[in-house]
Design a protein around this ligand. Sequence first.
Ligand code: COI
Length: 366
Amino acid sequence: MLKFTTTSAPEPTPAAERETILENPGFGAHFTDHMAAATWSAERGWHDDRVGALEPFTLHPASAVLHYAQEIFEGLKAYRHDDGSIWLFRPDMNAARLQRSARRLCLPELPIEDFLTSLEQLVTADAAWVPQVRTEESLYLRPFMVGTENFLGVRPSAIVDYRVIASPAQAYFTTRDRGNQPGGVRLWISDKYIRAAKGGTGTAKCGGNYGGSLAGQIEAQEHDCDQVLWTDVDGEGLEESGTMNLCVVTRDGELITPGLGTILEGVTRDSVMEIAPEHGLTVSERRITVTELAEGARSGEITEVFACGTAAVITPIAEFASERPNVRDVVVSDGVAGPKTLAIREHLLGLQLGKIDDPRGWLRRV
Ligand code: COI
């Protein structure tokens, strides 16, 4: 088992500067003083595990990741509770998903216990960076793994580097509010781009999926939308919303979320599916089409749509736009965030921030 023993950063950020950052951290813009690291080689397996000062990578220009994108990552958060204690939310799920992504990208699997140790050691070293909660502040953790062998042939890298970096975070998206009522984001349905196809890397959390999504995101912004609503290869089946999973709520209390296959198996998605029955919803994991969505929103059969993911928790979706005649501008429930969406969001944040009981034992104390 790896230990990720800590050597404190010799020149940590001065406390006053850190406090200023924590007052308004944004998302992914500031980094803590430490990182966790380990290396894997075909001969030695995992070794050289440690937590030390955050420092730049030095890579040979022939490093595998720079050419063939052999990279995977995770995202999860550490939360400070009112009594000052620090907790992770279902980190075992991220550990297992990193292993699945590793198998798809031909990277070595990091044992679950080692993944958990790397997070706990890093969060302990950087405990002062876990923000006090005002709304939903947290310390976002970004574990990732890259192939770093210096070799231009196309085959799995024989040297792999694992790191975990951390970044204080606040709310990820801003929504389009309606007067004094909470609104949602506006999604663009692209006819040019898809995110994933059967047999591809859609279920893996690999950088290539996100690099490939940028052109769609820019197309969305050019049409005054916040994110892309990714569809399947037919352009009809709903898949994901930007970087998040998608949920649709019907008037008769069904919560529909697209089934697994080409989408990311989100930890928040799974958590929503578990708690939805407590909100009077019956969960269906099934295909739902753009046409059903547009017709359902118009007729009032679909009452709420939301996206879920680690970074933004739950984001209400208020509007859809596209170049398709039947989906030019579709507004769900007058663009106002729905009660189930808000209740599920409160429930999840309540669990994560330790405000309500955790009957499933999802929280893990650091
Ligand atoms: C998440 O919501 O967990 C994400 O993956 C978003 C991240 C890529 C910024």
